[in-house]
Design a binder for this molecule. Sequence first.
Ligand code: WT7
Length: 697
Amino acid sequence: MELPAECDGLFRAPQSLVLEAHVPSLAAYRERYRRSVEEPHEFWDDVAKEFYWRSQHSGPFLKYNFDVTKGKIFIEWMKGATTNICYNLLDRNVNEKKLGDKIAFYWEGNEPGDSMKISYSELLHKVCQFANVLREQGIKKGDRVSIYMPMIIELVVAMLACARIGALHSIVFAGFSADSLCERILDSNCSLLITADAFYRGDKLINLKQIADEALQKCKDKDSPLKNCIVVKHLGREEELVSDGICSKSPPLKRLCQDVQEKETESSKRFHPKTPWNSHVDLWWHELMKNASKECEPEWCDAEDELFILYTSGSTGKPKGVVHTVGGYMIFTAATFKYVFDHHPEDIYWCTADIGWITGHSYLTYGPLANGATSVLFEGLPIYPDVSRMWSIIDKYQVTKFYTAPTAIRLLMKYGDEPVKKYSRKSLKVLGTVGEPINPEAWLWYYRVVGEERCPIVDTFWQTETGGHVLTPLPAATPMKPGSATFPFFGVVPAILDESGEELEGEAEGYLVFKQPWPGIMRTVYRNHQRFETTYFKKFPGYYVTGDGCKRDKDGYYWITGRIDDMLNVSGHLLSTAEVESALVEHSSISEAAVVSHPHPVKGECLYCFVTLRDGQKFTTALMDELRKQVREKIGPIATPDYIQHAPGLPKTRSGKIMRRVLRKIAKNDRDLGDTSTVADPAVINHLFSNRCETVL
Ligand code: WT7
């Protein structure tokens, strides 16, 4: 007998989904889970067998040490085996699985009506061509290539071309500033940058090449080995369309068409300024591709060779270069994609994340392509040109599996049900969320309005560091509870520890840790293995420490309660309080800054900043604007402060440590401060309470 969708606070998948599911019941999940942790070698070897290996591993399938007291931390899956991830994602799908004509990506541009598609064989050809271009540029196995691009097909081509020749890509989200890009290029010693001329985010023009140039100038001042910059003509492509007489309905193109009619010669300059060009450094992508061969022998890599670097915030302020390796990352992203989205060949899958974040790496590129999936790659914004955009795309492509962030759900929820109901969501089968805890209200709206009470929601908990999902429901197997990431994925063994490092059983709350490696876990911090050990393994020897707090309920469900270190999560993106503080104190008027997270109805959390001025300086609106600008320039728009309060003094312990716990309460106007006996000067607290910043900037 089929249970109703909701019963005792648990939500279940409809029978239609269960019937076709890879894992159709909780019992089936439990059985497979048991095997995955008791016999990890056998379990993961079965997954690995789906892929092409040039040669098999020579030593043990898994070798690791998770205990700092016993020596160096290391994790090795299938060391000695050789393969190529790009070959497995493309050549294997085209040649062995005969998926050459299958669509790999439907690309949907910022402007409705601006779209294209690319098949597996077309993608393979482009990747081979660009891999040959990279080789011609002297890029070899192990070299680092920095990629700073909008959400366009060439971004996927660039990353897979790196993977094909064994070079490491380091993708920097196109919303980061020149300073952030420069810092990342230098840290990983990149020898090439790939970018694009410009793009529109909504109706805002982003001159990406100009920002990249600023970053390169800063790098040059610091002796970077980076010599060349390859530039995709993205907006320029549209100009060519217009000059061919094709006018589109889309606002920027329409604007351009009008410009063309009004003022022929100046038109393209007004549409977007001419791409700044330095012929000693810059190369056009399309010119390099013109004569490149469509055949390219892949570089056969060890399973434990480095695949990519992706920077994530660190609590000291300096971003950490998280390193993932070829073999483990491949099988883990492939398996999580298959089971968590219950993938089937006819699915149309859409992940809205930017490829600049780990979600875009694992669940827009590697995981879906490893499964021969068809995905939507969306360049634009959820509410541009109107608040129905997402739902219109779901309808247009008949999306079956949809993966987005709680912040986007909360944003769209604000506009009510009508914009959603304007379009059909009949095609949808599974919904997913990632990035931060989802509040039950948003969960229920997503479930009822978007999914019409038919689609299970997979609330996937994971991190840049974990490579893929670690706590997650499986859509047809796991009865869901709104707001809970439910149970561990195969091969993942969570535990909850108390402050002294004791494992807590049953119902409990404490530190979320993992007891043994899964194939997709990061292997090191780039060129700083010690930081890897200190950040993740030192606090509780023998465990990987996530930095998140977690609760387990009486039914064994896991609930993430949020970060317990000095990190905050703005719209699903981690920032450290330290990096924002250091951007603020670089301003000549500021002597000290303390930043805390503050609840925000859409972003989840936002930044509330306390700043102490240097002697003789005045706290003015102009100064606030300068500080906001400074943070945007140092880090990027995601880090823009929402509140800035003047703090003549900050609450500190006698040893001088800023008490952020107290500052968080002040920001919320919550006078229930708990124990303040350790505050060196209690008078500052009252002063801060009476001068709270009430309005969002
Ligand atoms: C942090 C990792 C993983 C891709 C996006 C973010 C928070 C992530 C969830 C979730 C509650 C979540 C955690 C985690 N987080 N997913 N489903 N429920 N919290 O990657 O930038 O490395 O951030 O995001 O705090 O530690 P990231």
